[in-house]
Write a new protein. Structure first.
Length: 122
């Protein structure tokens, strides 16, 4: 089964549009939802709420937030929670490289290989 992603609201703009373009031209589209597109996860949702939703839905969180989101993941893990993974996008990454990386990771074969980890991509 391919990974499913949740984009943090700070990744909604240009990354979301690149994913939409990828999905329109790919035989293997990415399964992505965004903070702000769901009633239960509106814009300005607190980071801990975002992580709990991603945990409940089995989604990997994709974010530009290098400062606070990894720390909230530690809090979640210490409280006994788990996350399919967190991919933090490096500041100078090219968006097309990020989309290519997400597509490759989605089909990597082992959905648990990123579990409870923070990876800085690409």
């Amino acid at each position: 089964m391919a990974l499913r992603y949740l984009l943090d609201e700070n990744a909604r703009g240009v990354l979301w549009h690149a994913i939409v373009r990828h999905n329109a031209s790919s035989a293997e589209p990415l399964d992505v939802v965004c903070v702000g597109d769901l009633d239960e996860l509106p814009l300005a949702s607190p980071d801990p709420d975002i992580l709990r939703w991603a945990e409940r839905e089995g989604r990997v969180l994709v974010s530009f937030d290098q400062r606070t989101m990894p720390a909230y993941l530690i809090d979640l893990l210490q409280a006994g929670g788990h996350l399919q993974g967190m991919f933090v996008i490096r500041r100078r990454s090219r968006i097309r490289d990020v989309v290519a990386w997400l597509a490759l990771a989605a089909r990597s074969g082992d959905d648990d290989q990123w579990r409870d980890q923070v990876l800085y991509i690409p």
